[in-house]
Design a protein. Structure first.
Length: 138
């Protein structure tokens, strides 16, 4: 029974690795809409993986054959590596997106507050709330 569970976890891990690598490729190509991790099936797989992996305790892993244990360890290490790379890529994309939004908002604000020389005396353009909202936590 425990051997079957380990084999299932290894298979799920390999499928998740493939999805994360596809995410990285999509992000590098500038096509986040092609990310696999946003698919419902991959999200279900991730939830199932979390449950199954939590069920593999130390005694269960120690009872498995050595080759299966080493494959589980190697697959898990690769999964962590790919997950870290995907997280870094997502952070870069998020930072770039937020930077563009900040730049656009600053340009809109700059244009709204320019002095308008029309009329009797130059005045600053009235400030309005505007339609653009951005996250100012950074």
């Amino acid at each position: 029974m425990s051997t079957d569970q380990i084999v299932r976890v290894i298979g799920m891990t390999e499928r998740l690795i493939a999805a994360l690598e596809a995410d990285i490729t999509a992000l590098e190509a500038g096509k986040p809409q092609q990310m696999k991790s946003i698919d419902l099936e991959v999200q279900k797989l991730a939830a199932l993986y979390a449950r199954e992996a939590a069920g593999i305790t130390g005694p269960i892993a120690k009872a498995a054959p050595a080759d299966l244990r080493s494959k589980l360890a190697a697959t898990t290490a690769k999964f962590r590596d790919v997950l870290t790379r995907q997280a870094r890529m997502l952070t870069r994309v998020r930072n770039a997106s937020e930077g563009m939004i900040h730049a656009v908002a600053e340009e809109v604000d700059r244009r709204r507050t320019q002095i308008r020389p029309y009329g009797r005396t130059p005045t600053a353009a009235p400030k309005s709330a505007g339609a653009m909202i951005y996250n100012a936590t950074a």
